[in-house]
Design a protein around this ligand. Sequence first.
Ligand code: GLN
Length: 310
Amino acid sequence: MPSLQDTLNEIVAEMAAQTERGEVASYIPELGKVDPAKFAIAVVKNDGEVAAAGDADEPFSIQSISKVFTLALALGRVGDQLWSRVGREPSGTAFNSIVQLELEHGIPRNPFINAGAIVVSDVLLSGHQPREAIGEVLSFMRTVADDDSVIIDRDVANSERATGFRNFALANYLKGFGNLNHAPEMTLGVYFHHCAVAMSCLQLANAGRFLANAGRIEETGHTIVSSERARRINALMLTCGHYDGSGEFAFRVGIPGKSGVGGGILAIVPGVASIAVWSPGLNARGNSMLGSISLERLTKRMNWSIFASR
Ligand code: GLN
């Protein structure tokens, strides 16, 4: 059987040969500048093996992948009370859709669609100034990645603030339903900044270790969340992590994953490995096109699936 490193090298070569790469997100102008030819993949296994290929050291905008980490922080802050303000059902709608908010009286379907993540940001803001809440998210990312060089890309955050009209609409609508405790622009300040965290695939795969390992990072000795909470976050990633493409991702890739419009995906093989991929071009549902294809190939070749018979 080829080694993990050989498999990643093969996937990088195969992806370089793909002519259709999807469309880079341009609704956030700063993201539109990214080279669509970039590709990276990194795997950090629970047994300590690390393998990476392509542009795995190059930071990119993690965007909605940050919502996995803000969810973990918010659950740490308010526990299960969070679920009175956000649901746990797949939405079947686009990440920035507003339609269900009216039907469901201002309770977003799940914490990974934009409306749900804005409520999560609102929770992180309570008792803090926006700058402190943003600092808390950044320091959490540095802790889980075990890397103090992780930064927030201010240009991306400002670009999103300048053009985030749909997110302002969502925040105002949430406020109208009484499901936002702070001024929409304050809550969105936190949201735009956590979406603008920049990380490489290697950093991101490291950041996902606790989800693959029952809430714990062996290398640093930190317990980040309880094993039950890690399981539940993985469940939400599987059912909601790719928006209206979540069913397709579960069908093709077979493990929990969270995508971002920067073209990254964090995927977790519980008990085995944390994986990060990056290819900036997106499919019609706003998920990385080659990122999804490469994860499908990797999990197939490694026989990694939460649905496999042991
Ligand atoms: N910051 C992005 C937005 O609000 C996040 C969306 C995403 O990554 N799917 O539109």
